[in-house]
Design a protein around this ligand. Structure first.
Ligand code: G4P
Length: 527
């Protein structure tokens, strides 16, 4: 049995961030292969039949060929326990994606060698930067013609303002790919164009060794020597602290599809990525080595398995040694909750979690008592910070096709809002509810889920609002006055917090000018 400190040292909890099509799914699959026994939840896209079987709880994933919901996969390799949290990479994504990044200690940024930094990568990167999440870069698809290696590094450096330090270096690219050179170990990994999923052994080979010319050809060897000299002059030296602080990114090159360079990447995550980090709460920082268990819920998913109408809270362990059966305090309600059936991880393959450590993600089945942002502890009233609600960028009115079912619809919308899929706003003048989301696709997801999980037909119509802001003020009179002056634009969120629905940017601006004592916030911390 490991001690708490040993268990923490062994854990790496990370996410992969990328733009659609960069190869995140393929890379995830290959990483899981190293783990042997795969525990996964829902979203890894397997091919053909398998793919249908795994994602069948959500028809829209199948139709679109994308995974809409984030999930968690745990695997072990080389004495370490990895928890990989999936972040949907498609363009329309929900707050889930952001919140998932609050539950990781580091991230792998996958870039397509032909495309470099793309939109979605940049967005997700910005979220990581807000929290100084350390980032390892993986430049994928070197088995295809890509852009100049130096160009790609330059782009990361300039457009993300992030220093880079290559750990491996490609020997050729595309049709001429000969392998990669491991700069930390001075080894050559040869690429066999006909290879399958076997992992090549590194060959010890100092750059100046003349046998390198025989291995990869004189021309490629000369180019490699020249490039390595150049890159070592141009890039900062490796600095673990700078990486851990989020200022410098180690770069690996490879091909997820051909499982090439992936072992080096995984080795790099093991060696470089931080173990579970201390977590900020209101008032103090929680160290993972603290004896008492604490953690927070970063995601809720309802109805994962259509056979059980259950709801799972994804709980990130922040400190202590968890044991099944223990009772934890639900800080928001003050109640004790017995951890009878916590699971390691989820959907098709659920395994009861007998014991868990900081960095681990537990699935806690519940009937709606747990919400995003909730803390569970062994008694202390901790409030973890930095798990925000975002103001939705799109607002729509709900249309119910059968008015007799209004109550059921309300339940469905509240459930989904609780999951963090969407925001639900109830206009104070009694008008039809407004649903807000961060990305357009979420409306389809919601309509689809309402139909399949609640057996209701509902749609969404244009709403006369453009944007939503939570309002607050230190002056209660002003707040009251503002609400009275804007009754047709005022709503309450699911916690009854007041929300101003603005018709457009101009009205928002005007309201801000007219009521300088009111704060208009586009995020709201949970609770
Ligand atoms: P995503 O999750 O980031 O969206 O990307 P995904 O892994 O689905 O990969 C997108 C496409 O890129 C897939 O091709 C995949 O096979 C391909 N790909 C991934 N890694 C590599 C690589 O290292 N080299 C090359 N040459 N291709 C790679 P597809 O044709 O869209 O899908 P499929 O028909 O292969 O399923």
């Amino acid at each position: 049995m490991s001690t708490l400190t040993e268990a923490i040292d062994e854990r790496r909890t990370f996410a992969i961030i990328s733009h659609p099509d960069a190869g995140k799914t393929t890379l995830t699959e290959k990483l899981l292969l190293f783990g042997g026994a795969i525990q996964m939840a829902g979203a890894v896209r397997a091919r053909g039949e398998q793919r249908r079987a795994r994602s069948d709880w959500m028809a829209i994933e199948r139709e679109r060929g994308i995974s809409v919901t984030a999930s968690v996969m745990s695997f072990e390799h080389d004495g370490l326990s990895f928890n990989l949290l999936d972040t949907p990479g498609h363009e329309d994504f929900s707050e889930d994606t952001y919140r998932t990044l609050t539950a990781v200690d580091s991230a792998v940024m996958v870039l397509d060698a032909a495309k470099g930094i793309e939109n979605q990568t940049r967005k997700l990167f910005e979220v990581c930067r807000l929290r100084n999440v350390p980032i390892i870069s993986f430049i994928n698809k070197v088995d295809r013609e890509g852009r100049e290696t130096f160009d790609l590094l330059d782009e990361i450096e300039k457009s993300l303002a992030l220093d880079v330090c290559p750990m491996t270096w490609p020997i050729g690219m595309g049709r001429d790919l000969k392998g990669v050179y491991d700069l930390t170990r001075n080894q050559v990994l040869l690429f066999d164009q006909t290879r399958g999923d076997t992992i090549p052994e590194g060959i010890d080979m100092p750059l100046e060794d003349s046998r390198l010319d025989d291995l990869v050809g004189a021309e490629a060897a000369a180019k490699l020597r020249e490039e390595v000299e150049l890159v070592q002059g141009a890039c900062p030296a490796w600095d673990l602290e700078a990486y851990r602080a989020g200022h410098l990114s180690p770069v690996f090159f490879g091909s997820a599809l051909r499982n090439f360079g992936v072992a080096e990447l995984l080795g790099g995550i093991g060696r470089l990525a931080p173990r579970p980090r201390p977590q900020p709460t209101q008032g103090r920082t929680v160290e993972p080595t603290e004896e008492k268990v604490s953690g927070f819920v970063f995601k809720i998913q309802a109805n994962m398995d259509p056979n059980h109408r259950d709801r799972i809270a994804f709980f990130r362990m922040c400190s202590g040694r968890f044991k099944r059966g223990m009772k934890l305090k639900h800080v928001r309600s003050g109640k004790l909750i017995a951890m009878v059936n916590p699971v390691f991880f989820l959907a098709r393959d659920r395994a009861l979690a007998e014991e868990a450590f900081p960095g681990d993600i537990l699935g806690i089945p519940n009937h709606g008592s747990l919400r995003i942002g909730d803390a569970l502890t062994e008694g202390e009233d901790l409030r973890f910070t930095g798990i925000p609600s975002f103001a939705p960028e799109l607002l729509r009115r709900v249309r119910l096709d059968d008015p007799m079912k209004a109550k059921q619809l309300r339940k469905a919308l509240e459930d989904l809002a609780e999951e963090g899929v969407s925001q639900l706003f109830k206009p104070i003048n009694g008008a039809t509810w407004i649903v807000g989301v961060v990305g357009q696709l979420q409306f389809e997801v919601i309509a689809n889920r309402i139909e399949s999980e609640y057996n209701l037909k509902a749609g969404f119509e244009e709403a006369p609002f453009d944007t939503a802001r939570w309002i607050s003020s230190d002056n209660p009179d002003q707040l009251k006055k503002f609400i009275e002056a804007n009754t047709s634009s005022m709503a309450e969120d699911r916690d009854d917090a007041p929300v101003f629905l603005a018709r457009n940017a101009w009205t928002l601006n005007r309201a801000q000018q007219d009521f300088p004592e009111i704060r208009f916030s586009n995020t709201r911390e949970q609770h």
